[in-house]
Design a protein. Structure first.
Length: 345
């Protein structure tokens, strides 16, 4: 038995459908999982023809109708896009709604046990809100429709694994959210995730918030009042934790494997080093040579893995998007689903 994975097409006007088609043109994907695209069969047919892939689109309205074999892309057809009004690279309410209903269907299938994991392609937050769906991102949609209160974002790519104390809030608000209980909660989620990846006794580095981790209160008080007490309590509970480590040192050591995981205090503190490592621009070809790294939402009752890049409207429909991050996302989701299936046997 291999896991069945629902893959959303993302915002259809972005690179989502293209990277989904490119990923599912790899036969080895079908040895890891049974992939089922949630989205619009017409959009997927259009992109397959545009790319010249020898692939057949199989529209379904039930998981049991999927063929799950190389050369065929099974699409849970939500008929959510009018191709007459559709344009690549264009922010629109129609595209935002299509992205939203694709996510909703993937969540529904996972919550009902019809699929074992979900993988999401990128969405555009402006389009999402134009369609009347007022969420700040995938993570918040998943949390809302799974009724999850405690969750966190984990970025993963080879040695570098980063979880965040806060994500989609202003920087001013993020500083106020650096609290002992939250730091403990996300560190525990990170430790559990590392164990799911096969790391038996994870070593976790916890970042400071201020320059030089506050330098004994010289540059701020959050380390002394919130971060250090959290680290001490985690150590007392048996977790292998170290910190607060100045971020400019923490991530440099983590990318070389010194830490199995890192706790970042806010969105950009974790995302910037992660993307510096995973995104590689080729100056000669003027193209993104590789875009690696995945985003995993921890704390949910279902598995959700996503690419950690945007819709790239500027290159949508131009056949230059890299499927690397999506291939990695599918691999992570398959491994997590397999581990979960073994635990339930």
């Amino acid at each position: 038995m291999i896991p069945t994975i629902a893959i959303t097409m993302g915002d259809p006007a972005g690179i989502g459908p293209e990277i989904v088609a490119k990923a599912l043109s790899h036969e080895e994907i079908y040895h890891k999982c049974n992939p089922l695209v949630c989205g619009d069969a017409g959009v997927m047919k259009q992109i397959v023809e545009h790319e010249g892939f020898p692939l057949r689109i199989n529209p379904v309205n039930d998981v049991s109708q999927a063929e799950f074999k190389p050369g065929v892309i099974d699409v849970y057809d939500l008929k959510c896009v009018s191709l007459n009004d559709f344009r690549f690279g264009e922010v629109s309410a129609q595209a935002g709604n299509a992205a939203f209903v694709s996510i909703r269907k993937a969540i529904e299938l996972a919550m009902n046990g019809e699929v074992d994991a979900t993988v999401t392609a990128p969405i555009n937050k402006t389009a999402l809100n134009l369609a009347g769906h007022h969420f700040s991102g995938h993570t918040e949609i998943y949390a809302h429709f799974t009724d999850t209160k405690k969750y966190a974002m984990l970025l993963a790519d080879e040695f570098l694994r980063v979880i965040h104390v806060s994500t989609h809030v202003s920087l001013r608000e993020a500083c106020d959210l650096v609290k002992k209980d939250r730091i403990i909660a996300v560190t525990q989620l990170l430790d559990d995730a590392c164990r799911q990846f096969g790391i038996k006794n994870p070593k976790i580095g916890i970042a400071g918030l201020n320059p030089h981790s506050g330098d004994n209160g010289l540059f701020g008080w959050e380390e002394e009042k919130e971060i250090i007490p959290a680290i001490n309590e985690l150590a007392e509970k048996g977790f292998r934790v170290e910190g607060p480590v100045p971020p400019d040192t923490l991530f440099a050591k983590a990318k070389c494997g010194f830490y199995d995981g890192c706790v970042a205090m806010y969105h950009d503190q974790g995302h910037i080093p992660f993307k510096v490592v995973g995104f590689n621009w080729n100056m000669e070809t003027k193209k993104m040579e590789s875009v690696q790294g995945v985003n995993i939402t921890l704390g949910l009752p279902i598995i959700r893995v996503s690419v950690d890049h945007g819709t790239a409207f500027d290159v949508a429909g131009k056949s230059v998007a890299s499927p690397d991050a999506l291939l990695l996302s599918i691999d992570y989701a398959a491994r997590m689903a397999e581990n979960k299936m073994k635990q339930n046997v």
